[in-house]
Design a protein. Structure first.
Length: 552
């Protein structure tokens, strides 16, 4: 059953073929709908795709949208029936509230703690016009300070069309002035088809003129299948011709299955020839087994031959074991399993044709164990012979503990169950402490005996202090006796100041006697200012006497 449900304060529409009457006249005050996929449309409204009915959702990964009288109040991600962080955002729950003509979307972990997503944003406030269309979005950190996203922008001004879809998206700095993102883009203009699918995106500079990114890309064009899934994206130059962006890719194409899952993805250059991405893969092919909960991803080169990516994998298999609450990721190479051909067909269906292979880190199998809250509590690594091997940090087993808010409180490293070992940095574990607001107050570095130990920066413990805005204003470096201690920069205490928008404006240094000192560069104070793209520029540095240093 293919379907798409768009949720919005002023628009709720059912598209394509879908027999489920989600919003009948006798809709209960609260109702929950579950979907295989959840996206945002051109108006930044939630769109549920591929509905799951009955109890099937408990055996799969899905999104749950809870509404009250047609208004979205909560969006949750579930992994095998457990509320857990979504793989693409790191957020388990989005709580939606209303404040006048504002809609507020707050990111939470499974325990209800406000967290930042993979884009660095904890809260988004969306302003609505008289028709209910969104016309602006402001982004914040956990404490409510304006926060730049990964493109360097904290505020967007939108111009909607009659359907509430963004046709213009303008970037603003924290004072409301027009600005550019990290790629130099000040505005993007969009067009849509009759189904609401985004067709084109034109990049504009600070003067509203068409522009190209450093890669030569000036606009994008998309096509879709009948279910509204994007099946191609083409990158165009200022002349409207295909152009290779990063890695020379001018176009990608995708094939989707009936459940909204990707089956194939291919990359093409400006001349329409197959080309590899940054990992050395020209085509990805996915296979799924819903009964055994596994997914395979095959890698192919430009000639259509199975190939190794830059990590040394020709195929990656990911499998969930529900009874043990474990996930396993296996790496396979190009060597044929010598026993595969002789296997009965029944065994072939659950066996692999290719041999396990160590990747560039010397790891063939990665295994995670999760607690009932969806937190990873154990991580183990093995080679192709299924012998324990160290991960990139130099340890075979990582064990973690969490508090009731889902915050990591302890991490320890083992060579075998119960046998502590040191990681590459010489530490055997960490311990973290938080305050009532969830701010990280302290980190202790631990040795094999469970006692404090100096890390490579020469510090055994870090202590942090925050202001009323939730901004970190002080760091103390401590030794193994709890005494103030210089780190490898020659500083025992860091002091930070911020402007009214929460951007760092000054860093000062104190010594072990809590008096001003200089770091190893001879600097007492660094002063900064925000610059385009959400970055910080060093304005000037000063010595202890207040004299400028260098030509900043």
């Amino acid at each position: 059953m293919n379907g798409r449900v768009r949720f919005g304060g002023w628009l709720i529409s059912l598209l394509l073929v879908m027999a489920t009457p989600l919003f009948a006249q006798e809709t209960p005050p609260q109702k929950t709908f579950r979907f295989t996929r959840l996206t945002l449309d051109g108006g930044y409204r939630f769109v549920g795709r591929y509905p799951l009915l009955g109890s099937d959702w408990k055996a799969s990964d899905c999104w749950a949208v809870t509404t009250v009288q047609g208004q979205v109040k909560e969006v949750d991600y579930f992994r095998r029936g457990v509320n857990a962080p979504a793989p693409n955002t790191g957020v388990a729950r989005i709580v939606v509230t209303e404040d006048g003509n504002w809609e507020i979307r707050t990111n939470e972990n499974p325990q209800g703690l406000v967290i930042e997503d993979c884009d660095g944003i904890a809260v988004r406030r969306l302003k609505k016009d008289a028709s209910g269309a969104f016309v602006a979005m402001f982004q914040y950190d956990r404490a409510g300070n304006l926060k730049d996203d990964s493109s360097g922008i904290s505020a967007y001004l939108w111009v909607p069309d009659s359907q509430g879809r963004r046709v213009r998206s303008i970037r603003l700095d924290k004072s409301g002035e027009r600005t550019v993102n990290k790629a130099g883009v000040a505005e993007i203009d969009f067009t849509y088809d009759n189904q609401g699918n985004r067709l084109t995106a034109q990049l504009l500079d600070i003067n509203g003129k068409p522009m190209a990114e450093p890669t030569g890309v000036a606009s994008f064009a998309w096509t879709y299948d009948e279910a509204g899934n994007p099946v191609s994206e083409t990158r165009l130059n200022l002349q409207g011709q295909p152009v290779g962006g990063w890695n020379g890719i001018a176009r990608w194409t995708k094939v989707w299955d009936s459940q909204g899952r990707i089956q194939e993805q291919d990359f093409w250059d400006a001349q329409g020839r197959p080309i590899t991405d940054k990992t050395g893969v020209a085509r990805y092919v996915w296979q799924y087994n819903d009964a055994l909960h596994w997914t395979r991803v095959w890698h192919y080169d430009t000639e259509g031959q199975l190939t190794l990516d830059d990590r040394g994998a020709a195929m990656v298999k990911t499998q969930w074991f529900d009874q043990s609450n474990q996930k396993e990721q296996d790496i396979y190479g190009l060597e044929i399993n010598p026993y595969y051909a002789a296997l009965p067909s029944v065994q072939k269906s659950v066996s692999e044709r290719y041999e396990l292979k160590d990747d560039v880190d010397g790891i063939a199998v990665r295994r995670w164990t999760y607690d009932q809250e969806g937190n990873p509590i154990t991580f183990k690594t093995y080679n192709a012979q299924l012998q324990p091997v160290p991960n990139r940090h130099g340890v075979m087993i990582v064990r973690r503990q969490y508090n009731v808010r889902g915050q990591l409180t302890q991490e320890r490293f083992e060579s075998a169950p119960g046998q502590l070992m040191e990681a590459n940095n010489g530490l055997a574990g960490y311990r973290w402490t938080y305050d009532g607001q969830g701010h990280l107050l302290r980190q202790d570095n631990l040795g094999l005996d469970g006692q404090l130990k100096l890390d490579p920066q020469g510090v055994a413990s870090y202590q942090w202090t925050y202001d009323e805005r939730g901004l970190r204003i002080k760091q103390k470096n401590l030794g193994t006796l709890g005494q103030l201690k210089d780190d490898n920069r020659g500083v025992a205490i860091y002091l930070w100041k911020y402007d009214k928008f929460g951007d760092l404006s000054e860093e000062a240094h104190d010594g072990i006697d809590e008096r001003p000192t200089v770091d190893t560069s001879g600097v007492y104070i660094y002063r900064y200012r925000p610059s385009a793209g959400g970055t910080l520029a060093l304005v000037q540095s000063f010595d202890l006497n207040g004299n400028p240093i260098g030509g900043n």
